[in-house]
Design a protein around this ligand. Structure first.
Ligand SMILES: C[S@@+](CC[C@H](N)C(=O)[O-])C[C@H]1O[C@@H](n2cnc3c(N)ncnc32)[C@H](O)[C@@H]1O
Length: 236
């Protein structure tokens, strides 16, 4: 089920569409309640002008973003492990948003804010050098060549990530799809503002320290895709 939403942004002067699933199974009652009561307190509404992430997280010394957090397994874990960092989670799928709301509620996380639309819409509102880290873990692979342009990694999104990350900030990208790993390297090596921190082929497959498989990674393993690429790039 694919849902096309027009996008106000321009990629080299062309409109960019967003393709993805926004809703699936009905939410259960507890999730409905969290959607009605907790989400409004955490949801980021984009201002006309700039969105300063420092204003979202009073008293936090660092700020990070996760794009497409799915069920939020990684985001809720890193948020509870790093209480001094404010995390912006971007996800459009209601089932995933509901799962993360449950984790935020259960663990009483006070350092997560949510954006429920295309992450690129938020990235373009952020000031330069305003984030300390970015995560893109198992983005939708869009395996068919004619769909490659729907992949989240593109010259536009990389230029935006480069703009909003502080010098020294780390961008982590993981995938189980070799073609998407190649795609990302090919794009990022053209972006001189990123340094590849895991250039030796052997290191690509070593999970990040403290890593726990996300829901999508578990699904990949069940389906026989046993190897992942765990890339790390640094904003120079
Ligand atoms: C393959 S899933 C992986 C989810 C999770 N990171 C994991 O590893 O389990 C990709 C997720 O990215 C979300 N997504 C895709 N494009 C997005 C965008 N432009 N902004 C925000 N979320 C997006 C999708 O809704 C989907 O839940």
């Amino acid at each position: 089920m694919s849902d096309k939403h027009s996008h106000p942004l321009n990629v080299n002067g062309e409109p960019r569409a967003f393709f993805g699933r926004r809703s699936g199974k009905r939410l259960h009652k507890g999730q409905d309640r969290l959607y009605a009561e907790l989400l409004p307190a955490l949801e980021i509404k984009l201002p006309e002008a700039t969105l300063d992430p420092a204003m979202l997280f009073a008293g936090k010394s660092r700020r990070a973003i996760e794009v497409g957090y799915g069920g939020g397994e990684h985001l809720s874990r890193v948020a509870s492990e790093n209480p001094d960092t404010g995390f912006i989670g971007c996800e459009v799928f209601s089932g995933g948003i509901a799962k993360l709301l449950e984790a935020i509620d259960e663990r009483e996380l006070g350092n997560v804010r949510l954006f429920t639309d295309d992450a690129l819409k938020l990235l373009v509102k952020l000031p330069p050098a305003s984030l300390d880290a970015a995560f893109l873990l198992y983005p939708d692979p869009w395996p068919k060549s004619r769909h490659h342009k729907r992949r989240f990694i593109s010259p536009t999104t990389l230029a935006e990530l480069a703009r909003v990350l502080k010098p020294g900030a780390v961008f982590r990208f993981a995938t189980d799809i070799e073609d998407y790993a190649n795609w990302t390297l090919a794009h990022i090596l053209r972006e001189p503002t990123f340094r590849f921190l895991t250039p030796e082929p052997g290191s690509w497959h070593v999970p990040y320290p403290g890593w726990q498989p996300t829901r999508y990674e578990q699904k990949a393993r069940r389906e026989g895709r046993m190897i992942s690429f765990y890339f790390e790039f640094q904003r120079v």
